[in-house]
Design a protein around this ligand. Sequence first.
Ligand SMILES: [Zn+2]
Length: 299
Amino acid sequence: MARTRILAALVTVGLLSVGAAAWQPSQGAIDGATIEQVKGNLYVIKGNTPVDRSVFSGGNVGVFVMDRGVAVVDTKLPGWGPTLLERIREVTNKPVVTIINTHTHGDHVGSNDGFPDSVNIVAHANTKANMERMENFQGDGAAFLPDQVYEDRLTLGSGADQMDLYYFGVGHTSGDTFIVYPALGVMQTGDMFPWRDAPFLDVNNGGSGVALPETLGRAVDTIDGVDTVVPGHIPVTTWESLQEFQRFTADLLAAVRQAKQNGQTADQAVVGVDLSSRYPEYNSTRVEAAIRVIYDELP
Ligand SMILES: [Zn+2]
């Protein structure tokens, strides 16, 4: 019985590879898919940003090699399962036993179905509720919804294999998880810290630009002993970069609030709010969209 199932799994993986190759022939060459060591038993399969859709793979994927198997944090866009498995095989032969989805977006949960049914999928309760509304998870796809949810904090494993999952409140969506690897001093933020630019505020999934700076502030104040951060989409960076992003979101909120109090329209706020001198290394491609969301949220 077991041998039949293994054979079936191998055939399935083979078919998936062919299927994925047929419609995404260039994905192996995309810079967003190489695996790199972060520290110790933690690796990242690199993500990129959705600025150029033709080479977009999705977010950064954490690969945490534990004693009993591999935990994968986020699964990129649909169709990336075979590539993720290939990259994981570059560093370990252990099976994937856990998936953690940081939040509901398709570039972070898209290839949950690229892994065996037996994998334990973990997410915040609000993220499971958000995922239940996604097309990918209807019908047979429901098998790849989270099996395990939590509300405030959840610890998985111990010692070198410990992962602490934290929920600090609404921000990018209503269910964003921060994952701390305490033995390594590393934290993975999902899209609560996606890039150096204004945040994407997904109000349709319970996100909020008014709540985001406070939620990030709680993360910064609560978490101890982290020096290395795996953001949602950009390369691995420092704790100070996360602190800087928190300040950026707080400054953006304060500037939009001030503009609205001064009687400006949203269009005027878009023209007038400019943080580029304070944050010279930040892009501004997403600032207008964020300003408009925050403006609508404010009373
Ligand atoms: Zn996202």
